[in-house]
Design a protein around this ligand. Sequence first.
Ligand code: VG1
Ligand code: CO
Length: 538
Amino acid sequence: MIETIATKPFDGQRPGTSGLRKKVTVFQQPHYAENFIQSIFNSLESFVGKTLVIGGDGRFYNKEVVQIALRMAAANGFGKVIVGQNGLLSTPAASHLIRKNQAFGGIILSASHNPGGPDGDFGIKYNASNGGPAPEKLTEAMFAHTQTIASYKTLRHADVNLDKIGHHTLGSMQVEVVDPVTDYAALMQTLFDFDLIRARIKSGLTMKFDGMSAITGPYGKHILEDTLGFAQGTVINGTPLPDFGGHHPDPNLVHAKELCDSVLSGNGPDFGAASDGDGDRNLIVGKGIYVTPSDSLAIIAANMHLAPGYKAGIAGIARSMPTSGAADRVAAKMGLKCYETPTGWKFFGNLLDANKATVCGEESFGTGSNHVREKDGLWAVLMWLNILAARKQSVADIVHAHWAEYGRNYYTRHDYEEVDLAAATNLMNGLRNQLPSLVGQHSIEKADDFAYDDPIDGSRTTGQGIRLLMANGARVIYRLSGTGTAGATLRVYIEKYESDPSKHNQETQSALANLITLSRSVAQIEKLTGRAQPTVIT
Ligand code: VG1
Ligand code: CO
């Protein structure tokens, strides 16, 4: 029986960089998740009878919201929902299922790299029929609906059993429970040379993959161990847990420390990788060398023709604005365009759909291609494995050769987490006001607040980060995070280009020391936030 439940708007349901993210306790308020889901549906047109994909990263409260979303999808008139077994789907797998089944769209339950558990974070985002995150126009429409919502539709019905693969009905809606891994794994086999990778493993390549107790454990085990033949135990922290084992499922040098320490020391495996809460991020380390996500994008772009799915070459490259210019140099050499977009995968969708870009990347450990419309952690890992197998070199050799050919973009990101929101806003406003007067000082050639004109649909997005652009590609960029749930997080991105190979082996923080000092003084970070040091350096 369809029920219409009266409700009142909640403040603050504006989607951020990647969907609506809040503390679990916020989502647990009566009607909170329902209001947002109904506002998603209210922003969509002509979906009656169509298919919706639903799944999440398995974090605490996933189980409950999957059932809420199923009942509401039925009450709102969807014809069918495809849902991952136990309500689980990685973000790239959800994107693939939407595309493969020509679904109307999908609801992904995840707060990605944010911590989980009863005191952690939860999130909901909507992906459109191309498999990609809803564009700004749609997220703004959703937000507008959240501010005026007066009722939502649901079904009075028991929970659907999602333990087993199979078919159910929910009112007049079909529910198909699918294995979360199967279709995604099949897609990967079409893109990469699994035989070549197997041969390289047989001849001794070793690796560790850290699933961070999040969604990619089962994907990693199936693909890396069971299909490719890496030793059992290659995947560590491979069982998804609702609280991610109490860890922060963010694959970087800080949160995947154990893996990084072992591979970087040179005594561990040849290759190390990790993914995040919802499986769309990737960390790449080789014996003795950490590959920055910006370098990884550039190296992948330069080498991806070695993978069968891309042997015809690529149409173009796209990177988020704060991502280093390393990819631009590859694009220039290949005679291709490198697009510079605001932060967040939603801005790549149009470029991928229009075949302007084949590969995209963000400095925040995100890389992906036109195979789906999300960044894809395991895809990047498999791409690296394919490149390692084809080139028969180590990660370090490949990176050093890349720098020798293109030069090195020294790059770091300094995050100041959970600073006072008013202080952070004040700091950004202060920088914005200083912009005209900064040009000419400290070798700053251009200073602006980044705006993006989408070349496909003509939409303009403003206020995407303060840029201080200096001679020879050096940059300092400031922006506030759009994924945090407590206070504000100030991100400072620092980069410098070095063409001289004899200067390619400096430690990153010391190579960038002058720019780091400048980044702090120009923005008066300590004076305005009370922070002398960042919380996280990647
Ligand atoms: C961060 C990253 C951004 C990424 C986003 C979502 O956003 O900087 O590059 O697209 O997270 O990634 P922000 O606004 O906090 O800087 V995920 O894996 O959390 O969906
Ligand atoms: Co993620």
